[in-house]
Design a protein around this ligand. Structure first.
Ligand code: GSH
Length: 203
């Protein structure tokens, strides 16, 4: 498997997923600042010119949540996804899909100081609804699906962490405590050095 990523991108989340799984893969660093993601070779893999990308033989997977979900299902013995058909699978999908589909665009727009003129047609409504939903979905203790840490935490929790690092959201005490639990995971610490330095004010 080839993982195309950059250390200061959303690729840290898929990098963290790979580290949690501890599976062999080739790490291919793409320099966004140098425009390597816009090269004809890279555009053949992802015409969106975005990172991260996972290439597994003939299979190309883009989008953080899709890559993490793909990896969790490829290595079920690692226990990072509830079994297909289990009751937890519904909640699991909700955490995975809400991150990329709903929270991400809301945060990106808010970070640019823009409010969608029609909350009823925007997929996320407005920031009040987004923050209320995050508050409800954030676990008081342990992890998104209970005692077992899963890919839901990597995708949903990883996005909350990313958003706090870039000041996209002001976290409530409950959300901050959840992100703190995430930041203590050894695999997280092994992949987020640049982010940890940013959060602690170091350069
Ligand atoms: N929806 C995508 C977003 C990926 C994304 O926005 N990646 C940024 C880095 S954080 C990127 O590659 N930007 C380069 C560009 O657009 O030129 C995902 O979930 O993977």
């Amino acid at each position: 498997m080839k993982h195309y990523f950059s250390a200061m991108s959303r690729g840290v989340t898929t990098d963290w997923m790979l580290k949690e799984l501890d599976v062999p893969h080739e790490q291919i660093i793409v320099d966004i600042a140098a425009g390597e993601n816009k090269s004809p070779e890279f555009r053949k893999i992802n015409p969106m010119e975005k990172l991260p990308v996972l290439v597994d033989g003939e299979i190309v997977v883009t989008e953080v949540a899709a890559i993490c979900a793909y990896l969790a299902d490829k290595f079920p013995e690692k226990g990072l996804a509830p079994e297909i058909g289990s009751a937890e699978r519904g909640a699991y999908y909700r955490y995975l899909f809400i991150a990329g589909n709903t929270l991400e665009p809301a945060f990106s727009l808010a970070a640019s100081g823009i409010e969608h003129p029609q909350p009823n047609s925007a997929g996320w409504g407005d920031m009040r609804r987004v923050l209320d939903t995050i508050e409800t979905m954030t676990p008081d203790v342990d992890w998104a699906l209970g005692e077992q840490f899963t890919t839901a935490d990597i995708v949903f929790g990883g996005l909350l962490d990313f958003s706090m690092t870039f000041n996209w959201i002001e976290a409530s005490p409950k959300v901050a405590a959840y992100v703190e639990r995430i930041r203590k995971r050894p695999a997280y610490r092994g992949t987020h050095e640049a982010f940890i330095n940013m959060s602690s004010g170091a350069n």
